[in-house]
Design a protein around this ligand. Sequence first.
Ligand code: IPE
Ligand code: IPE
Ligand code: MG
Length: 249
Amino acid sequence: MTDTASDLLARIRVHGAVPRHIAIIMDGNGRWARERHMPRAFGHRSGMKAVRAVVEASLEAGVEWLSLFAFSQENWQRPETEVSALMALLEEYIAREAAELRQQGVCVHVHGDLSRLSPPAAAAVERVRRETAGGDRLGLNLFISYGGRAELVRAARMLAEDVQAGRLSPEDIDEQSIHRRLYTAECPDPDLLIRTSGEQRLSNFLLWQVAYAELYISSALWPDFDRVALYEAICDFQRRDRRFGKVST
Ligand code: IPE
Ligand code: IPE
Ligand code: MG
């Protein structure tokens, strides 16, 4: 670890309030590649190193859940060559990292409309889930072929089915009933939502879950985001006054 990274980590530990769940919209791979006169796929490949860095930094800081937006439902509309390059990288990431993630105690969950994945990509997803099941230091949620509205539609459909089957009555539907039908039913809501590349929008990520997340926009393009950048975001989070609609204590 660099000096800066260990200083920041020490500061985070002294403060003590580490976000339990960090969500990241990993954006800017294409611009990073363009700055280097390289194809977009080169930027996506370089982004893998940043994924490794934030997973390791989260483990060290004691974050319990890390949610990464890797591929949106809307991203299927990109050119075929880019979509295939991204799917190939997903398979490569899993092939290269699954064993180490398991060793580090990371449990990988993959969420989204996985019916659209190619058979090899779907097999890779199954493999990483199986091989890392039981990891108890960090839950890593990878969102692939994911849209926040589609996730809410899915939950509404499950509720309707339960009502129709007589398992649930409409007046018993509350926020918990929705929470339990989301992909993230197992985790607390994100405390901190980071977006890289300076864009200030949610792009359909975790619409329900980020209701009270602290937002942090980093100007770094995703391949340049590293351990220090994550620790800076956590330090910034620790200076926030989270009121949840009440008055400060
Ligand atoms: C993020 O980088 C990765 C994905 C959305 C899959 P982009 O590919 O969106 O990069 P920019 O925003 O065009 O720079
Ligand atoms: C959001 O980034 C999706 C992911 C990071 C996977 P995009 O680059 O697709 O979002 P927009 O198009 O800028 O909103
Ligand atoms: Mg983008």
